[in-house]
Design a protein around this ligand. Structure first.
Ligand code: HEM
Length: 139
């Protein structure tokens, strides 16, 4: 190997070394200048918090008594029973006590009438009624 070749090899090794060092320095500055936001950077305090599925399930639809009042006939019948709102539309023609009894409580608070007739019947209060539940009454 003559002197010229030695010099060429030395220059090549220097270029490779300087290139490698520069590559690592540049890579580090990319991260610190946040060229790629969101990657490898801790979340800001404003970032949305993780939503827990059970919180979503717990969310209830709220109705005002005015909203319930719109659903006051055979085409759409909502009723309030013990501060909960029920959609009884489907049940009107199925009620064993006759459809008029249900129509009478459409769009209003049916708690007293329901309680008097069925309050003692656990099958109705705990099993059938909840199947019509649509939300809570706004207090
Ligand atoms: C969400 C509301 C209601 C549901 C789910 C419901 C359900 C039922 C069911 C399942 C029956 C069959 C008989 C029984 O198991 O007791 C029944 C009968 C009857 N319901 Fe209702 N009912 C409701 C509201 C009312 C209201 C507001 C009245 C009237 C004030 C009423 C009056 C009657 C009568 C007179 C009978 C027939 C007699 C009897 O079996 O007790 N119901 N209802």
């Amino acid at each position: 190997m003559n002197d010229v070749e030695k010099i060429v090899i030395a220059i090549l090794i220097t270029i490779i070394l300087v290139g490698t060092v520069n590559f690592f320095i540049f890579k580090k500055s990319l991260i610190s200048f946040n060229i790629n936001p969101g990657v490898g950077i801790p979340a800001s305090p404003q970032a949305p918090k993780v939503v827990i599925a059970s919180d979503l399930v717990k969310k209830q639809i709220m109705f005002s008594s005015q909203e319930v009042a719109f659903h006051n006939d055979i085409t759409s019948c909502y009723s309030i029973i013990n501060k909960k709102v029920y959609d009884l539309t489907y049940f009107i023609n199925k009620h064993p006590g006759g459809k008029q009894k249900i129509l009478d409580i459409c769009g209003k608070d049916g708690s007293t009438l329901f309680q008097k007739q069925h309050g003692f019947n656990k099958k109705i209060t705990d099993r059938l009624l909840p199947t019509f539940y649509v939300g809570e009454l706004v207090q």
